[in-house]
Design a binder for this molecule. Structure first.
Ligand code: ZN
Length: 612
């Protein structure tokens, strides 16, 4: 906006360079062009003495892929909760075990194991061959399911609900009787990346958006909450023990306890449901929760896009907090702030895990990281006073930076199950993922990033987008090339570190030399503060961006910095005396060494400076 017209400070405005429009659409062939569809009708009879249930279902799979399918696979998640399972061995051998799991699976007595045993399976009316293989059922079809064709699977199975270890199970530590998540044989996803048949080791999920008609029969007196819409009256279901839910475009999760208290809150046409057990220490927190949840949903509707389902349910159950479409199970014995925090995070998943539904095993940061990013903004909004003046994303920046400096960081594109440590997974998925979005503000500008996020949700809802789709929306929103940003930040562990190498304050020229000790290039914001209190702000784009973010008022645009050039020198005509010089004064970048970003002069015009 305010370019300098001296030879040293030529404006480097590229605008919407034609080169961008001519770039090949990388990975365009990977754009999801179809979605599989599955329609489940099931009846479940739960024996609450043995913690076992019998299930019968019909699943109609519509193969919308261009390929004929010779096999089919079902997830049998409950089989993970047996001694010797992959989840058990993994949680006992990883160097930093999750304390919620540890060796608990290995210690389970047999009547507390989880298992699913398929008794009968027919496809299109004929028996088929199938094998139980850990947490998967491998089905050999009698005839391929052609592209565009439907197949009807008819299945009967028995299952034992595991003692609560993670997410699913009976009788968790807060006394909730049934947390039923990833609890039934679920068809594996086949998409543009092929089959997704990951053995379950307790991490992420990827599946088909499906429609459900579920009837659950259990003893009278239980209250059942979950995904979908209850057909009929709740009181009648409590008395009869028969619960009938229907839902579209989801996975199906539920919980049951005779002592649940059910409250509701309305936000426009979305009903918010809350289920918890009375507990004098935590009742006040649960009474405050509905109001905050409604405010949070309104905020997220505005920030990302409209919540598309008819209801959302918050259930005391499971462990910590885990997101499902239209529902979350969270532990409930928490302070109000903690209960609101976990609810906001899990509900925020609705936009990323449920609706966009990126394959979170492959790109966990596009689920957890994006969710964490909007959660931080939402918590700032809900607790404006407490958060005043604080960067909502500060804790993610610091946890990412400390992991990067530890040398234990693994690239963001590591498969969620395959990180060497739980910590490397957690920091990458949650913290670095959040930073990736927040930091885009430094690259393309905050307003463009915010607009891009809305466009991304609108264009890719219910299509399973991946990183390329997100990157392209952001590129089109800002008109710049962002390949370099995603390549460096997603695919490598190279770090950002810009530094001030030298400052020479002559009589009428200020000369500043910057360097880039970190390998990852970034555009640089530079602020010079004079002793009279005035300031000059500069923006230095990267050549690779083919453009620059919108300038702030009175901000000067400098020449682009080529990534091949280790240093960059500015000569600025001024005779004012310098107070200090700062790189990235608003701390928008995850610069791993802040100490070399600022130089403060101890006296006017002094050539000596203190590195702070
Ligand atoms: Zn999460």
């Amino acid at each position: 906006m305010f370019g300098i017209h001296s030879s040293s400070f030529q404006r480097a405005f590229f605008g919407l360079c034609a080169a961008i429009l001519l770039l090949p659409s990388t990975n365009w062939s990977q754009y999801p062009g179809y979605q599989q569809a599955a329609d489940y009708t099931m009846t479940i009879d739960l024996d609450t003495t043995l913690h076992q249930y019998h299930g019968e279902m019909t699943v109609v799979l519509k193969n919308n892929s261009p390929d004929a399918l010779n096999r089919a696979y079902f997830h049998l998640f409950f089989n993970a909760f047996q001694p010797g399972s992959m989840m058990d061995i993994r949680s006992r051998t990883i160097v930093d075990p999750d304390s919620r799991v540890g060796d608990r699976i290995g210690e389970l007595p047999e009547d507390e194991w989880g298992w699913i045993h398929v008794e009968n399976l027919q496809v299109n009316g004929k028996p088929v061959q199938f094998d139980h293989d850990g947490t998967l059922l491998d089905v050999t079809l009698n005839a391929p399911i052609g592209s565009g064709k439907k197949a009807t699977f008819k299945m009967e199975w028995d299952a034992q609900v595991p003692r609560q270890i993670r997410r699913s199970g009976w009788m968790n530590k807060e006394g909730i009787e049934y947390s039923m998540t990833q609890w039934y044989p679920k068809l594996c996803e086949y998409d543009h990346d092929g089959w997704h048949t990951e053995p379950y080791i307790g991490r992420e999920f990827h599946g088909i958006w499906s429609d459900y008609d579920v009837t659950i029969n259990l003893p009278a007196g239980y209250l059942v909450g979950g995904t979908g819409t209850l057909n009929g009256q709740e009181d009648a279901s409590i008395s009869s023990g028969a619960w009938h839910f229907t839902a579209e475009n989801i996975d199906f999760a539920w919980a049951a306890d005779p002592d649940y208290i059910h409250t509701t809150e309305q936000l426009d046409d979305v009903t918010l449901n809350f289920y918890h057990q009375a507990n004098p220490d935590f009742d006040a927190a649960w009474e405050g929760l509905p109001g905050y949840t409604a405010k949070a949903m309104a905020f997220l509707n505005d920030l990302v896009g409209p919540y598309p389902y008819p209801q959302y349910t918050v259930i005391q159950g499971g462990d910590g907090g885990m997101e499902y479409p239209m529902a979350t199970l969270v532990t409930g014995n928490r302070s109000e702030r903690s209960l609101i925090g976990v609810t906001v995070h899990e509900m925020a998943h609705s936009w990323f895990q449920a609706v966009l539904a990126t394959n979170e095993s492959l790109y966990e940061f596009m689920d957890e990281g994006m969710t964490s990013y909007v959660t931080s903004l939402c918590m700032s909004h809900l607790f404006t006073e407490a958060m005043a003046g604080k960067n909502p994303h500060r804790s993610s920046y610091s946890s990412y930076i400390s992991q990067a400096l530890s040398g234990q960081e693994e690239p963001l594109i590591t498969h969620a199950d395959h990180y060497q440590t739980n910590r490397a997974y957690g920091v990458a998925a949650y913290s670095k993922g959040e930073v990736l979005l927040a930091q885009l503000g430094a690259v393309m500008g905050d307003a463009a990033r915010d607009e891009g996020l809305k466009t991304y949700f609108k264009e890719w809802a219910f299509k399973h987008p991946g990183p390329t789709e997100f990157k392209r929306v952001m590129e089109k929103t800002c008109g710049m090339d962002l390949d370099w940003y995603f390549q460096y930040f997603m695919q490598t562990t190279h770090q950002i570190d810009a530094s001030i190498e030298s400052i020479e304050a002559g009589n009428d020229t200020l000369t500043i030399t910057l360097a880039r000790p970190g390998v990852m290039p970034m555009p640089v914001d530079l602020l010079v503060t004079y002793t009279d209190g005035s300031e000059d702000a500069f923006h230095i784009p990267l050549v690779m961006m083919r453009g620059h973010r919108p300038l702030e008022e009175n901000e000067f645009l400098l020449d682009d910095w080529a990534w091949t050039h280790p240093t960059y020198t500015i000569e600025w005509p001024t005779s004012k005396s310098i107070q200090r010089v700062d790189i990235d004064p608003l701390r928008k970048t995850a610069d791993v060494h802040r100490a070399n970003n600022s130089v403060v002069f101890d006296t006017q015009k002094s050539q000596q400076f203190l590195r702070n």
